[in-house]
Design a protein. Structure first.
Length: 146
């Protein structure tokens, strides 16, 4: 179908925009740690949904899991920019952003290799990483003085 690429791009853009708005409201009304935890849990649960849908061959719910996983990561990415200034002194922000960018790009390089591994390893990898990130974000402490 010729229009399906553009339809996918429109859905992708709309979901990205909606997640950015959700992140703004979460930042305003919730604790930063809880918001990060929620975003990583949404991603982990969505990955589990995709994994179960593929194993049981109920393919109708896979798009819900994919959009949910992308949404959770988008919200977490927004929080990366919202809260980094609260947890790191200004003279370390460039270093923190650089290291985060390096590991983000490195994981992007590894993603196709992990995606080619037999099921359910790719989804389990995503679930484990999201759960670890959620647990680690609870350990964040705002420094008293910069």
């Amino acid at each position: 179908m010729p229009g399906s690429f553009y339809q996918n791009q429109a859905i992708n853009g709309a979901s990205e925009s909606l997640c950015n708005v959700i992140a703004i409201f979460m930042n305003k009304y919730l604790n930063q740690k809880k918001s990060l935890l929620i975003s990583f849990l949404v991603c982990a649960i969505s990955c589990a949904l995709v994994m179960v849908a593929e194993m049981t061959e109920i393919t109708a719910i896979i798009p819900i899991g994919v959009v949910g996983g992308k949404g959770g990561i988008t919200i977490a990415f927004c929080f990366f920019y919202f809260i980094t200034v609260d947890y790191f002194a200004p003279h370390y922000l460039g270093l923190v952003m650089g290291i985060s960018n390096f590991f983000g790009r490195f994981s992007t390089v590894l993603a196709p290799a992990i995606a080619e591994v037999d099921e359910p390893v790719p989804m389990m990898t995503c679930i484990i990483i999201c759960l670890m990130a959620g647990i680690m974000c609870l350990q964040l402490k705002v420094p008293q003085d910069f």
